[in-house]
Every structure is written in structure tokens, then in C-alpha cells.
Design a protein around this ligand. Structure first.
Ligand code: GLU
Length: 478
């Protein structure tokens, strides 16, 4: 019988989630959903000093917000038929069983080498142009020597004894066939000197014990995979299939970091980015898609396929994210736009700047033109407050405009018009001027901006009197 496809997201709760680990979460969730399988969340909190519950809480909140709910894991009642607990800090007894098994098979041994000794050995190998690996210093210590050192109070790590010869190969779900020489690997640490399990060990063991069938993770873990496969095989445990996702880079081709803009979900949420926009952006980071339109998570599930995972670095372009954000905002309902603009507890948004009779038009202007709530604040001020105009910029912008332009405009506006278009058509004939030379001065005069929503909408929202005041102000500046 085929096993249920089981994927997992296994973050270390040592910081806030960012685009990189959320892409991993999304791809694993989609892979499980596409196969009607299970998606589980495991907290890799073995580093007690750096892990914090607040980061796990924030992470869970981010996953839910993105719609990436997990079937098993922290915060879920079901323990998956004894596959929990899903926090590694609560699995020490389980790890001990397997440390003992490896010890009995002589596949693990205590290593007393100090950090300095290891560093020295590493440098020596590098000088000799050899890839650094553990030199095997403690590999053959006899029992008497081990006991003596333990009695001295030394605290060893536990190392996995890898075979001297052979190869380990696997078919990477993203990168294709991989082959590693065991002789290049070296004995690796599976338990730290403080007794906590090392990443390579607990991560691989938990995947197998929790029934994980597919692991999608960042390519920085590719070199760990042969060690983990060897370890699981020697314990007679099932080995999942692995797929390593290409690195996310910024527009300069360097690994994506803060320098390239906001990357933590905390910051992106605070800026007003919406879950659908982020999911659509993440979906295309390293996963080819011929679908140019905004997709729901359900649609993404139907289109996700490991054969589309790329090998080249995935470029994070903030302009792409803004593109998905624009399409997402356009789909919001009136109520959603208001919530997005940051309504307070009484449902008042933007400090009550928007008059009730203008609300509908304002919301439609926001929905069709803006990508961030903060822009909504700016436009509400421009449209409904008089003090908002950036005078200097308007003066500079209008410096080449014919001095008569606005005198004529004020007079014409005073006569009343059915629409702004009607007014601007007549103005264009009178001056005479058309295109940019006609509309740019008008836009600057009314809004103080060079770009923005249609002037028709702007004029309607501002109302006749404010438009007139702004045209007069512009006339004075010319
Ligand atoms: N805790 C590891 C990390 O956050 C998990 C790596 C993996 O997915 O196997 O990098």
C-alpha cells in the first residue's frame, strides 16, 4: 500500500519568519495538499539559548495568516497516532533510544576533541588542500581511556562513525541525481556536549519517525542529506525523498538579505502586504509557472509540481511582489479595503478623514490605484485636507507653465461642468494645449503629485470648492 504523502515544515524558532522559510512552508503545504496527504509542523527548538516560544507563536500566526494550516504539530490536539510530540525539546527520551542503538552497534562514539583542536586540524587540512573532515582522533579510544576522561569531568560529544568507503546517492526532487563519496564526509556529531541532539540527527530521525515522505528545504542543506540518509539507513529506518530548493537572491544576484528590502513577514504585514499577494509571489520563487494570473491557494495546489522546481537561483524582485499586491487589492470588497486601511475599534479608518458621502468613491479609488495602506493616508490628506500640499514641489513643477494657464482654468472652472473631462476639454481648446502639457499642471495643482488616480475621480472626491481653491493657489504660484 502506498504511504500517505507527508510533508513538513521544520523551522527553528530563533527569529521571525522570512520569505525564505515561508516559501519552504508553502511548497511543502502544496505538495501535501496536491496528494491529499498530511502537512506537519515541527519546532526544531533544540538550541535552548536561541529558541523562544514567542518566535514559535509568531510563526504559527504567520502560517495561519497565509492560509498554510498544518494537520499535525504544535497547537493541534491530534498527535498523529503517537507521532508527537512535535517540539524537539520534548523528544529527548526518543533520541536517547537511538543514541543507545547506535552505541550498541558501535556506530557512535564519544569525542573529547576541543573546539581549538578541531579548528587546528581543519586549518591543517585546508593548508594541504584537502576538504576538511573529522580527523578521527577519538575514533578508536578504548573503554578505559573513555572512562578516565569522563571521570575527569570531560564532556564529550557523540559522533557517528561513517564507513570509510562507498557512495551514497539519491535522486533530488529538484536537482536530479546526486552522488557523494563517504570518504569525503567524515564522522559527524549527532549529540552536542550538553546532551542535546545535533541538527543532523534529530532532524533526520524525526522525519522518519513522524512518517515524513517528502522533504523540501533550502539548498543550504544539500550537503547534510547524504549524512542523514546514511544515518537513517543504518538504523533501519525509512528515508524520505529530499528536494533542495534553489537559493533566493536579490536583484544583484547576491543571497537575499535585509539589504534588498523587507524580508521578514512581520515587516511585510506591517506594510500592508496581503496573504494572497505573498503566496503568489512565493509560489513563483524557484517554481516555474505558466500561469500569469493571481491564483488562490487551491489553484496553486493544482499547479504545484516538483518537476517545476528550478535549479537556478530564484530572484526576489520587490516589483513582482507589488504586482501581485496590486491584483490582490483590486479584488478586495469594500469592507476589506476599510479593514486593510486600518479601521480602529469603532470601525473608523484614516482618522475619519473620509466624509460619509465620499466613502464609496474613495474606496474604489484606493482599490484601483494603491498598494499600501500608507498611500491611503496620503491620498485622504490630499483629497480631504487643505494643509497637505507640498508647496515647493508644485512651484518648481509649475515653473514652465504659461502664467495665464491657471487664470483661465479658474475662470472656466467657476462656470460649472458636468465632468472634469468636460472642463479639461474646454480648457485645452482655450489655452491651447493638450496631452501631458495640459494634464500635468492640472495634476500637480490638484494633488501636488506627478502620478496618481484619474483626475476625474480626484476632482469628484475633492469637491468643487477644493478644486477651485487649488487652481487659485496654482495661479498665484505661476
Ligand atoms: N530547522 C532547520 C532549518 O530551519 C530545518 C531544515 C530542514 O528543513 O530540514 O533550517
Amino acid at each position: 500500500m502506498n504511504k500517505v504523502v507527508t510533508t513538513r515544515f521544520a523551522p527553528s524558532p530563533t527569529g521571525y519568519s522570512h520569505l525564505g522559510n515561508l516559501r519552504t512552508a508553502l511548497f511543502n503545504a502544496l505538495l501535501a495538499r496536491a496528494a491529499n496527504g498530511e502537512f506537519l509542523l515541527r519546532s526544531e527548538d533544540t538550541d535552548r539559548d536561541r529558541s523562544a516560544e514567542k518566535y514559535l507563536d509568531a510563526l504559527c500566526d504567520d502560517l495561519r495568516w497565509l492560509g498554510l494550516d498544518w494537520d499535525l504539530g504544535p497547537g493541534r490536539e491530534d498527535d498523529g497516532g503517537g507521532r508527537g510530540p512535535f517540539r524537539q525539546s520534548e523528544r529527548q527520551d526518543i533520541y536517547q533510544v537511538y543514541f543507545d542503538k547506535l552505541g550498541e552497534q558501535r556506530l557512535a562514539y564519544p569525542c573529547f576533541c576541543s573546539r581549538e583542536e578541531l579548528e587546528k586540524s581543519r586549518k591543517k587540512q585546508q593548508r594541504a588542500n584537502r576538504a576538511p573532515r573529522y580527523a578521527g582522533t577519538c575514533r578508536e579510544l578504548d573503554k578505559k581511556e573513555i572512562d578516565k576522561r569522563l571521570l575527569d569531568g570531560q564532556r564529550p560529544t557523540l559522533r557517528y562513525r561513517i564507513a570509510d568507503e562507498g557512495v551514497v546517492d539519491f535522486n533530488d526532487l529538484a536537482k536530479g541525481p546526486q552522488e557523494f563519496e563517504l570518504s569525503d564526509i567524515g564522522d559527524f556529531i549527532i549529540r552536542r556536549s550538553d546532551g542535546t541532539p545535533a541538527f543532523l540527527f534529530s532532524n533526520a530521525l524525526d522525519d522518519s519517525l513522524m512518517g515524513v515522505t517528502h522533504v523540501l528545504r533550502g539548498e543550504d542543506h544539500l550537503a547534510n542529506t547524504p549524512r542523514q540518509i546514511v544515518l537513517l539507513r543504518s538504523l533501519g529506518l525509512d528515508v524520505p525523498e529530499y528536494g533542495h530548493l534553489s537559493l533566493i537572491v536579490g536583484d544583484d544576484g547576491k543571497p537575499f538579505s535585509k539589504r534588498h528590502g523587507a524580508g521578514s513577514l512581520k515587516d511585510l504585514r506591517a506594510m500592508g502586504y496581503l496573504p494572497l499577494a505573498l503566496n503568489n509571489h512565493l509560489f513563483r520563487l524557484g517554481h516555474a509557472s505558466d500561469r500569469g494570473e493571481l491564483m488562490t491557494l487551491a489553484e496553486m495546489t493544482g499547479h504545484f509540481d516538483c518537476v517545476h522546481l528550478g535549479r537556478a537561483p530564484a530572484r526576489h524582485d520587490p516589483i513582482q511582489l507589488d504586482h501581485w499586491q496590486k491584483l490582490t487589492v483590486m479584488k478586495l470588497s469594500d469592507e476589506e479595503v476599510k479593514g486593510w486601511l486600518g479601521a480602529d475599534a469603532n470601525g473608523v479608518y484614516l482618522d475619519g478623514m473620509v466624509p460619509a458621502d465620499k466613502e464609496e468613491d474613495f474606496i474604489s479609488l484606493v482599490r484601483d490605484n494603491l498598494q499600501r495602506p500608507v498611500e491611503g493616508v496620503g491620498w485622504a490628506k490630499i483629497l480631504f485636507r487643505d494643509e497637505a500640499m507640498a508647496g515647493e514641489m508644485i512651484t518648481v513643477g509649475l515653473s514652465n507653465v504659461d502664467p495665464d494657464f491657471f487664470d483661465i482654468a479658474v475662470r472656466l472652472w467657476g462656470k460649472g461642468h458636468d465632468s472634469f473631462r468636460d472642463f479639461s476639454n474646454q480648457l485645452g481648446e482655450k489655452i491651447p494645449q493638450k496631452g501631458k502639457k495640459l494634464f500635468m499642471p492640472l495634476r500637480l495643482a490638484l494633488t501636488g503629485e506627478l502620478h496618481g488616480p484619474e483626475l476625474e475621480k480626484i476632482a469628484r472626491l475633492m469637491g468643487k470648492d477644493r478644486v477651485e481653491r487649488r487652481l487659485r493657489e496654482a495661479a498665484e504660484r505661476c
